[in-house]
Design a protein around this ligand. Structure first.
Ligand code: M7G
Length: 322
């Protein structure tokens, strides 16, 4: 485990009640108000389960929610307590020099992180449903004729992004800001990171400019912005968390879920969801590509995965492209 300065311990509850615009609903209920409808996906590897839940209103109508339950990673300083203070330690098997125990840790050592999306749209539910995945190879023409009209007609709301930029949410979580409207950005811990340990470090840089949807919109005009994100983002993370730039994976997703330019910063040793070759584009490579050719991303084909029932896949199938 990394031996850097300990990250600040934060609780999701701190955010409760602070979300004044576009997210106020999340503060107005308790987890116990939610009923589980079905399991969308389970991951034994990530120790996580993705649930379709609902909250029943006074009229008896249910409103959809997505709940993600994840066992949190170990915190190094608490490990000795796990062995010293289990409520129960059951020996399951013993053979020669090998044995397995099942421990029941006290509550403070057995946390579960719950991420709630409420109210959730059908698209949120689809995002977490286990499905077959297909690779798409999208030319620039495909982008203009198929993808762009599709994302303009339906994509996730980016209100949460505007809330960060306008300091209406997560203002006390900001790690760094370059306030320049053209070449600046805000760096915050990602929703997926609880900041209790550095092993799964995950931050996201959200740019101030609002018209850049994705990698496809980038040209040499954005080089200064991208270089700022890479350099200042790495420096800010090193300063705050003690992780050097050489141990950070800094990348964009294509396709992203949210069409407002943002950059992912994850610990190099962490196999973060979405960091695979079919979705991740290293920011340093993006910068070099744009420096060589301003229209690089308006020329080349890009590959990305789509889930089997993603309506965008259907559009590519209808156009005879899959
Ligand atoms: P993406 O590539 O658009 O989509 O990345 P993905 O979720 O399919 O990877 C968006 C990133 O923003 C993800 O890493 C999300 O976990 C993160 N994120 C999403 N929301 C709604 C929030 C939020 O409200 N706050 C913060 N801090 N991060 C978020």
């Amino acid at each position: 485990m990394a031996e850097a300065p300990q990250p600040k311990r934060k609780r999701e509850e701190e955010e409760k009640g602070k979300n004044e615009n576009g997210g106020a609903a999340a503060a107005a209920f308790a987890l116990s108000d939610l009923r589980v409808r079905r399991v969308l996906r389970e991951s034994a590897r990530d120790k996580a389960v993705f649930l379709h839940a609902e909250r029943i209103g006074l009229s008896g109508e249910g409103t959809d929610a997505v709940v993600i339950l994840e066992k949190t990673p170990f915190q190094e300083e608490k490990i000795p307590d796990l062995l010293r203070k289990p409520l129960k330690a059951e020996l399951q098997m013993h053979n020669d020099i090998y044995c397995t125990f099942y421990l029941s840790p006290p509550p403070e050592l057995s946390e579960i992180k719950a991420t709630v999306v409420y109210p959730a749209t059908e698209k949120h539910i689809q995002k977490y449903l286990r499905q077959e995945v297909h690779l798409i190879r999208e030319t620039w023409e495909d982008y203009k004729n198929i993808t762009l009209p599709f994302i303009q007609s339906q994509s996730f709301s980016i209100q949460w992004v505007y809330n960060i930029l306008e300091k209406k949410a997560e203002a006390d979580r900001i790690i760094y800001e370059n306030p320049d409207p053209s070449n600046g950005f805000v760096l915050v811990p990602d929703l997926k990171w609880n900041q209790n340990q550095l092993d799964d470090l995950y931050l996201v840089a959200v740019v101030h400019r609002r018209e850049i949807k994705s990698l496809r919109d980038l040209t040499a005009e954005h080089l200064l912005l991208l270089r700022n994100v890479l350099q200042e983002g790495q420096e800010a993370i090193t300063k705050r968390f003690g992780v050097p730039g050489s141990q950070l994976r800094v990348y964009l997703h294509y396709q992203p879920s949210y069409y407002h330019l943002h950059v992912h910063f994850t610990a190099l040793g962490y196999d973060a969801p979405g960091s695979s070759v079919e979705r991740g584009h290293l920011l340093a490579d993006v910068i070099d590509n744009l420096a060589m050719d301003s229209t690089f991303y308006q020329k080349r084909a890009l590959t990305f995965p789509l889930r089997a029932d993603d309506p965008l896949l259907k559009k590519f199938q209808e156009a005879g492209k899959v």
